[in-house]
Ligand binder design. Structure first.
Ligand SMILES: [Fe+2]
Ligand SMILES: [Fe+2]
Length: 387
């Protein structure tokens, strides 16, 4: 191993050790087991860094259906809504012709108040050009992670539709595959044509993506993808839509939120039925622990390390940055948007019990449990709640 890769290894361990050690301390060994391989590849070897592609191994069962029973009416309704809710990235409903400068120093892409550095004295000394670069970088970082997440959702949806036991679920799943393909298409086009800047996948998002591709249990893919990552994405979409000053992106996000609300609905319908009828208590508790670990990962580990390395490495230690970024207005707003939708869904699925409630309380997000859960909350409600 070269000196360079050794130092990368130490840096990766420094960055990620808290995630691993806290999981061990909670005795959540099952969670560690399913995440160990992907974590070693993603966090230590950093296989996704600078790579043009990555091969991951999948091992789920494909459930073939010979009866073609249509016996899941709520799912069938969702399938009908999905078929009539299709849109096209390239038709006239989206106006790609309007040009704008992502480094515009007058019409700001996003308000400065969402750039974590804004509270520092150095921000006042930066030129308008440098501030514009920070705004462009932050929006590009967020949309790049969303793009990578959409790619994960595309493969996750394709796997899940093979594995679910109900025909209505398979049919709906096919529409989700098309939706996610469109999301990959639209974010990639926007980053390339409008923002002119892209970031690689965040290493924690990589770990989660590979762990979900590799896990053979379809309901774990569902829980991780449809409830946790889609909930995370919905939070990001509503937050970005609320702060961005660019009509095309706002319209794209409006269309995507409607799609994503269907996907989360799908996850809740499928898992509720499966958990109530198929799982014993030990298996249910394992899902409860897994959901908590993913929530923690999503809350603690998306701290814009890429921007830290690029702009703030000379001003903060990594530990200081983590606290600083975590307390920033951006992250506070984002966490609220994300968990407001996710926590009521976990409760509805029976994954928020007296065992895990204190842990969520410690994270400061238990107050969301009394909110409305996704199947009651329409995409219009979500959009209306956008600040
Ligand atoms: Fe999506
Ligand atoms: Fe989705």
């Amino acid at each position: 191993m070269s000196i360079q890769s050794l130092s990368q290894l130490f840096l990766a361990l420094e960055r990620n050790w808290p995630t691993v050690s806290e999981t061990v301390a909670r005795g959540n060994i099952n969670m560690l087991r399913s995440f160990l391989g992907p974590a070693f590849k993603g966090l230590v070897l950093q296989t996704s860094r600078g790579a043009s592609s990555t091969l991951m191994t999948a091992s789920h069962d494909v459930h073939y259906d010979w009866q073609y029973l249509r016996e899941f009416p709520a799912m069938a309704r969702l399938y009908e809504a999905a078929k009539s809710g299709q849109w096209n990235v390239n038709d006239e409903s989206l106006d790609w012709s309007r040009e704008f400068d992502p480094l515009d120093q007058v019409n700001h892409l996003i308000p400065d108040s969402y750039c974590p550095g804004v509270v520092l004295p150095i921000w006042g000394k930066m030129s308008e050009k440098e501030k514009a670069e920070h705004r462009q970088a932050l929006l590009s970082w967020m949309l790049s992670q969303i793009l990578h997440g959409e790619q994960g959702a595309l493969y996750g949806a394709a796997q899940v539709l093979q594995a679910v036991p109900w025909l209505d679920g398979k049919l709906f799943g096919a529409t989700q595959v098309v939706d996610e393909a469109r999301h990959v298409e639209v974010f990639h086009r926007y980053l390339n044509e409008k923002l002119h800047r892209k970031y690689e996948i965040n290493e924690n998002l990589y770990v989660l993506s590979e762990a979900l591709v590799a896990d053979p249990r379809w309901d774990i893919k569902f829980l991780g993808m449809q409830i946790m990552i889609e909930g995370f994405a919905l939070g990001a979409f509503t937050m970005i839509r609320g702060i961005v000053n660019e009509p095309l992106l706002r319209e794209i996000l409006r269309l995507i939120v409607i799609d994503e609300a269907r996907h989360v609905n799908y996850g809740v319908l499928a898992l509720k039925r499966f958990y109530e009828t198929e799982l014993n208590e030990k298996e249910r508790a394992e899902r409860e622990d897994l959901a908590f670990e993913i929530a923690l990962l999503l809350q603690r580990r998306f701290l814009i390390h890429e921007m830290y390395e690029e702009y703030w490495g000379n001003y903060f230690t990594l530990k200081e940055w983590n606290k600083f970024a975590s307390d920033s207005q951006l992250m506070t707003f984002f966490r609220n948007s994300m968990f407001r939708l996710m926590i009521p869904n976990l409760k509805r699925l029976g994954l928020l019990t007296e065992r895990s409630r204190p842990r969520y309380a410690e994270m400061g997000i238990l107050s969301f449990e009394s909110g409305r859960a996704m199947p009651d909350l329409t995409s219009e409600d979500i959009l209306a709640a956008t600040p």
